[in-house]
Design a protein around this ligand. Sequence first.
Ligand code: ZN
Length: 257
Amino acid sequence: MSGTLPLLGPDDPAPYRVMQAETDSPFVLVSDHAGRAVPRRLGDLGVSADDWNRHIAWDIGIHGVGVALHRLLGADLIEQVYSRLVIDSNRAPGHPGSIPALSDRTPVTGNIALDAICRARRENEILHPYHDRIAAVLAARRRPTALIALHSFTPCMNGVARPWHVGILHHRDTRSAGIMLDLLRAEGDLCVGDNEPYVLTATSDYTVPYHAEKGGLPYLEIEIRQDLIENEAGQISWARRLARLLPQYWHAVSETT
Ligand SMILES: [Zn+2]
């Protein structure tokens, strides 16, 4: 790649997609891993076509859930369009996992030994515009808001099967998560993960610490198992479930905040 050219060319999509709120919903939906676009200048990053279909490239199924939830709730949805293998929008700039050279045992050869200029291009043209847009949407709101971060997780990681249908990740704001955990458990048909399959910390994730915890905004980081939302029926079913539970969650959160 030439030294002065930008990373994104005229044929590449913008780094984020916004679907604007159609109601005065209290929710802002964000989806860090909704897309798997790659800038044309980066080719396939040395990753096979089969691996581009795996969870390492994106959060399988979450785009369909997010769009359906946006429609059902009438809430803003902001999605990252580029693959997490280009740059992971849920990692702080410079984080060791930001531009992974290895993901779930698959080498990403196009990310090995990247120089500072190449890293800065991905940050400046993909990561920062996405987060700047989320910040702008949140700043423009004049009403109580909860940030809802949507993710999906692979049913099997490093050879270990995961039993949870859904998980809620939390760090400082445990009360908000506890309300949603109780609602999900009360559904009766779900194995619910409390900080499973991942634990949220100030440094593991970026979107929630940066946009919500820093400013004391209520948030949920929701992880749905990918085999449940790999087809449209599953995506709609999960969007309907969340669209039913989230207003109950909001009612409980806003009673005491
Ligand atoms: Zn994710």
